[in-house]
Design a protein. Structure first.
Length: 75
């Protein structure tokens, strides 16, 4: 995975997390999240899948969330 940059809003070290949930039937959802616990800044990547979320989709989701986090404009 790509190294996380500090929060563009407050400079703190962000954390990563993942959430799964069942959407109905065989649908699963996954949210890979990069979040600053200090100021609440968040970057997310959401994946919906059939019977399961593969490891590749899990990693790709985190890479997408990290890429979005790292390319945010400093304010």
């Amino acid at each position: 995975m790509t190294k996380l940059k500090p929060c563009p809003f407050c400079g703190w070290e962000p954390e990563t997390n993942v959430h799964y949930w069942k959407c109905g039937g065989d649908e699963l959802g996954l949210v890979a999240e990069v979040k600053c616990e200090n100021c609440g800044g968040v970057s997310q990547s959401v994946v919906f899948d059939g019977e399961y979320t593969s490891f590749d989709k899990y990693i790709n989701s985190f890479n997408t969330a990290i890429e979005r986090w790292n390319t945010r404009i400093d304010e």
